[in-house]
Design a protein around this ligand. Structure first.
Ligand SMILES: *[C@@H]1O[C@H](CO)[C@@H](O)[C@H](O)[C@H]1NC(C)=O
Ligand SMILES: *[C@@H]1O[C@H](CO)[C@@H](O)[C@H](O)[C@H]1NC(C)=O
Ligand SMILES: *[C@@H]1O[C@H](CO)[C@@H](O)[C@H](O)[C@H]1NC(C)=O
Ligand SMILES: *[C@@H]1O[C@H](CO)[C@@H](O)[C@H](O)[C@H]1NC(C)=O
Ligand SMILES: *[C@@H]1O[C@H](CO)[C@@H](O)[C@H](O)[C@H]1NC(C)=O
Ligand SMILES: *[C@@H]1O[C@H](CO)[C@@H](O)[C@H](O)[C@H]1NC(C)=O
Length: 826
């Protein structure tokens, strides 16, 4: 902690039992250019920023001095701008003073920006880019209640004193996941503000000063670029930290929500939710809105969050498209996150939802923890039983039909207006109640069909339920239309207030229709007059646990890194780690404009790598609480080398692929599925410092020394290394020609000296030799390990292996390897 805020000596000295660090959630997405006339640019200046400049350390003894330093920097930025441009030509939106030294300005003339570009002292200029958002059972599933919380004083104090910062859509402060639960907790200090955290609480609409209740310790919002672009709508977006979307509340609750909060949706109790680190505090940095956000606002939010005292950044967002060419690693946000890492902040980011195709990662830099998503063993099994004894299971979180009785079945078209046409909407899709004849529908289970009339799957299904409730149907069955080639109707996440089941299975749909047609009596003109087919719908809201999990979710983005040759040649393994991401229950904002089908609800069941990321952020908070001195790379290392590669039954973890399910590789889940109780005691870690990341950047093929200096402000060392020598807890070689020697260094973070034995499982096509094969390592000591790769066969495909370091004190350190042998001759 104190390392990163050396210049805040005052705070380090007064550090009490709280170790403050923050997890930030960023939801960013698209790198789309923005098209209004005046443009926003982020300008970086040559001088080091206040936060990292050496000679400022001694000066900045207290908060007033920091404030006056910031003020001075901002004034310098103003003076700099005034010396170059006419006052009316620009609006300065932000001064960046902590991680970066620079500013965001809005200018309309190209000449003015050229003037700036050529001005002395300007390091680089980036045009602002628009960003978009991507999109209870889990603590038990991860073994946290028995494996980790007890070692941290119990659930409610786990994560205590840790401040998690979320760069997201804000928060709903009225949600039970964030409200003070009892006066006992207050008296135990659970809701006191950590003294080291110094972020503000900006009150505003739907966000009274009391919203910062000690659980929520700080809240601010960043919208100047959004306002400048004319996209900020105060009615919809709220000029306050209030969450008008739901996403921010969902992720904050997953990482740090209160313990044992009943999950009630559509009047049904789905169980109890708890954050990974229920004792952690929450700091809100709202920078994303219904329409997305702007990078200059996000950059300002990150700068402020790190200055306020963060240690972990959680990015629930990723670019929808990775920047191409050698500049990818050097883009402004990536650089800011590298500086955040340098400051001791762990950055956690969603892998992306572009799976299962390979190289679909959106999160790619080695200083960031990229999180893959798994499905857990919880399933909701909704099903329908027919009068002829057949049963089909489907999806849909819906109540059962009343009693144990069967209801007549009716196709939508058979109980609608005869002349029913509502524009182009067919009655089969059950999207409009006007098309039905109420007296015919009442008391029947209506068969609807998934058609192209559905706006989106989720809202379409919610509309079906709405229609059925309006016309008094007993329930509905949504069947597949064979002409629409969708893999599956994804409606599982919608909680429904009327009995319903969604049949994804084509054969089930066909069998249902066959049964219905055979038992429906029709008049000569084809009109149904007798409904003899019957059915009843069973409760779809009760979870069943299959015991076989986790499995890599099909949508989770896959490595190796991104689809960009430059980045692949950088020899970085992505993703890093996997956590549950499918069907995650957590807090929601009832005002949400984002998702019409869950409007009004205070809980939502969502899936995505965005849902997996806060699990890792919360678990990182637990690790940080236990090991306050660990740097970000040590935390990534601890999680990676201790992850599980076998599922709950002991079989290898599987990955959902396009057509099949097969054994997962490091490109699917990095080190594997997070194992929190082992991650807290990994034995050995692989540390990486800032200069090693710079050295890495200097070694990336296609990146020249000048661009590194412009981006990072530091020159490349004379002595070059290879990217594969970056001290990561994994080894990736994307183009092995002949042989390669790879260097690593491990540090003993256990509490005793320990002897380790190394066992290698070779990837196909490579002879791997490790030196030493046995070593003894003292507490806090480090030692080098050499890994020699000698190609034996050109596989022309990636193959995988691992190095296991087995400690005599039971530590098992697993280092995944991925190699692509291009040629055996070097
Ligand atoms: C702002 O949002 C409100 C609520 O969604 C909407 O009614 C209004 O039309 C919007 N205003 C503008 C200018 O878009
Ligand atoms: C972390 O990021 C994930 C996805 O990247 C997001 O869903 C989650 O809300 C974030 N959580 C925290 C604690 O920042
Ligand atoms: C789901 O329910 C159906 C009908 O009750 C049953 O046949 C099926 O086995 C259940 N599936 C699981 C996985 O329990
Ligand atoms: C459809 O038929 C109903 C009664 O059969 C009639 O009241 C209604 O006006 C008709 N609608 C159209 C659009 O023809
Ligand atoms: C190892 O380092 C930790 C953290 O710096 C320190 O608390 C501990 O006393 C050290 N242990 C030994 C045996 O040096
Ligand atoms: C691997 O290659 C290196 C360099 O070419 C060579 O010195 C070494 O003897 C080889 N090792 C094995 C086991 O083949």
């Amino acid at each position: 902690m104190c390392q990163f805020i050396k210049h805040f000596l005052y705070f380090c000295r007064t550090m009490d039992s709280f170790s403050v660090f923050i997890l930030l959630v960023l939801f960013m997405n698209a790198f789309m250019t923005f098209t209004s006339e005046a443009k926003v640019y982020m300008v970086l200046l040559d001088k080091a920023s206040g936060g990292s400049s050496k000679n400022t350390k001694l000066l900045l003894r207290n908060q007033e001095k920091i404030a006056s330093f910031k003020e001075k920097m901002a004034q310098e930025h103003d003076a700099f701008l005034e010396s170059l441009l006419s006052r009316s030509a620009y609006t300065k939106l932000y001064s960046y003073t902590h991680l970066l030294n620079g500013f965001a300005i809005e200018v309309s003339s190209k000449e003015d920006i050229d003037t700036l570009r050529n001005a002395e002292g300007v390091r680089t200029i980036h045009e602002d880019v628009k960003m978009e958002k991507m999109t209870t059972h889990t603590p038990d599933f991860l073994g946290i209640p028995t494996g980790v919380w007890p070692t941290l004083g119990g659930a409610r104090t786990s994560g205590d004193g840790v401040v998690i910062g979320f760069i997201d859509t804000g928060i709903n402060p009225f949600h039970p996941s964030f409200m003070i639960q009892s006066s006992t907790d207050t008296s135990r200090g659970i809701y006191s503000k950590p003294t080291k955290y110094k972020g503000k609480c900006a009150s505003g609409e739907q966000f009274p000063p009391t919203a910062c209740n000690g659980k929520i310790v700080g809240a601010q919002y960043f919208a100047r670029a959004a306002v400048a672009a004319g996209e900020f709508n105060a009615t919809r977006d709220y000029a306050s930290p209030f969450d008008a979307d739901g996403h921010g509340s969902h992720t904050a609750a997953t990482a740090a929500g209160n313990h044992q909060i009943p999950v009630i949706a559509n009047d049904f109790n789905y169980g109890y939710a708890s954050g990974m680190a229920p004792g952690a505090r929450i700091a809100i940095y709202k920078a994303l809105y219904a329409f997305g956000g702007y990078m200059s606002d996000v950059v300002a939010a990150v700068d402020q969050a790190v200055e306020d005292g963060v240690d972990i950044l959680n990015l629930s967002i990723g670019p929808s498209k990775v920047p191409s060419g050698p500049s990818a690693f050097l883009n402004l946000l990536e650089m800011e996150l590298l500086f955040a890492t340098k400051a001791g902040v762990l950055v956690v980011q969603a892998a992306g939802n572009g799976g299962p195709s390979s190289s679909s990662m959106l999160s790619f830099s080695p200083w960031i923890t990229s999180v893959a998503a798994s499905i857990t063993d919880r399933r909701y099994n909704s099903s329908v039983r027919l009068g002829n004894g057949q049963s089909f299971s489907g999806t849909g979180l819906a109540p059962p039909t009343v009693g144990e009785v069967f209801f007549p079945l009716a196709a939508a078209a058979d109980v609608g207006q005869i002349n029913s046409t509502d524009g182009l909407l067919t009655i089969d899709s059950c999207q409009s109640s006007e098309q039905f004849v109420r007296s015919l529908v009442q008391g029947k289970i209506v068969i609807c069909t998934y058609t192209l009339d559905f706006d989106s799957e989720a809202s379409g299904i919610a509309t079906v339920a709405d229609t059925m409730s309006k016309v008094g149907a007993a329930g509905f069955i949504l069947t597949r239309n064979p002409d629409i080639g969708f893999e599956q109707i994804k409606g599982a996440a919608v909680t429904l207030q009327v009995p319903g089941v969604i049949l994804n299975n084509m054969e089930a749909s066909s069998a249902l229709w066959e049964y219905y047609n055979a038992n429906t009596i029709r008049s000569r003109n084809g009109r149904a007059i007798g409904f003899r087919a019957t059915a009843r719908i069973l409760d779809g809201r009760r979870a069943i646990y299959t015991g076989q999990a986790p499995t890599v979710a099909s949508y989770s983005s896959r490595g190796p890194d991104v689809n960009n040759e430059l980045l692949e040649n950088a020899d970085v393994l992505k993703p890093n780690i996997m956590a549950p991401g499918s069907s995650i229950w957590a807090a929601w904002s009832p005002n949400s404009e984002g998702d019409a089908h869950i409007k009004g609800q205070i809980f939502a069941l969502l899936s995505g790598t965005s849902m997996a990321t806060p699990h890792i952020a919360g678990i990182a908070a637990l690790i940080k609480q236990k090991h306050p001195h660990w740097n970000p790379s040590a935390i990534i290392s601890a999680m990676t080398t201790t992850a599980d590669i076998a599922d709950q039954t002991g079989a290898p973890i599987l990955a959902q692929k396009t057509k099949q399910i097969s054994a997962a590789t490091p490109f699917d889940f990095g080190g594997g599925a997070i194992n929190p109780s082992r991650a807290i005691d990994p034995g050995l870690v692989f540390n990486i410092n800032f200069m090693q990341y710079v050295k890495f950047l200097c070694s990336v093929p296609g990146v020249d020394d000048m661009s590194v200096r412009q981006a990072v402000g530091v020159s490349c060392p004379i002595q070059k290394t290879r990217c594969s020598d970056l001290n990561t807890p994994s080894v990736t070689v994307s183009k092995l020609i002949g042989s390669r020697r790879i260097l690593r260094k491990v540090t003993n973070v256990g509490n005793a000296d320990e002897k380790y034995m190394l066992i290698v499982k070779e990837p196909l096509g490579v002879k791997v030799t490790v030196i030493p094969q046995v070593f003894k390592i003292s507490v806090n000591a480090s030692r080098r390990i050499t890994i020699q790769f000698n190609a034996t066969e050109a596989t022309n495909a990636y193959t995988f292996g691992e190095i296991l370091m087995l400690g005599e004190k039971k530590h098992v350190v697993r280092v995944p390897m991925a190699v692509y042998v291009s040629s055996t001759i070097g």
